[in-house]
Design a protein around this ligand. Structure first.
Ligand code: ZN
Length: 76
């Protein structure tokens, strides 16, 4: 079951210029770099990560809380 309504996922899709989370996920599902967002409650930093990079350090807050949009959605 995919989770397409996670607030961080919606924010990430909007940051990338998508009004629909589904369109965002379709465009990036097979890409070599995938947008990720910081999962910290007080931070919405986004960056492009490689899909095999499950957790990345946030450049804004320094926590290992960057998560791929595809991971948030439960697709990978
Ligand atoms: Zn952060």
């Amino acid at each position: 079951m995919f989770n397409l309504s996670h607030p961080k996922l919606v924010a990430l899709a909007e940051t990338e210029g998508y009004s629909q989370v589904e369109d965002f996920l379709e465009d990036y599902a097979l890409d070599s770099v995938v947008p990720a967002i910081c999962m910290a409650p007080d931070c919405d930093h986004t960056a492009d990560l490689e899909p095999d990079q499950r957790a990345g350090f946030c450049e804004a807050c320094g926590r290992p809380s960057m998560k791929l949009g595809l991971v948030i959605a439960g697709m990978i």
